[in-house]
Design a protein around this ligand. Sequence first.
Ligand code: ST9
Length: 106
Amino acid sequence: MALADQDCHRRFQTAVCVIQNLPKTGCYKPSYDVMLRLYGLYKQATCGPCRLPRPGFWDPVGRYKWDSWKRLGNMSHSAAMTAYVDEIKRVAQEVIDTMPVTEKTA
Ligand code: ST9
């Protein structure tokens, strides 16, 4: 594996690990849009292009997830990993920028 690919893979693994270890609830609540985008990129990076049939009418969440993944077409593993890391960085920066600053009490 080329050095740049190793680096991309390492960053992706770190980002995945951070997300999987966040508590389910906290001061930040990701939007459905963010969750779906990250889901699609995660699947593309770890499984490749979506070749599964679209879930049925009775599984609307499954359909949204499938759509988000399918939309990425033939995006490469490394492009998906890079986009995933960039998206996490963007969201993290948004959280930092919008987090209310509270006075520190002694
Ligand atoms: C808080 C503290 O408020 C401050 C937060 C600072 C924020 C920093 C910025 C980070 C951005 C946050 C965005 C999070 C959005 C994540 C959405 C992901 C959908 N990435 O094995 P299962 C798939 S904290 C994407 O059952 P778990 C997997 O393929 C409060 N997708 O997993 C599967 O689908 P399928 C906010 C992933 O262990 C499905 O998810 N806390 C990833 O039960 C379920 O997999 C949070 O936002 C991945 N890394 O759940 C918590 N891994 O079956 C965020 C697995 O179709 N974390 N999948 O293959 C979680 O919600 C869960 O850990 C999880 C995995 C959904 C990622």
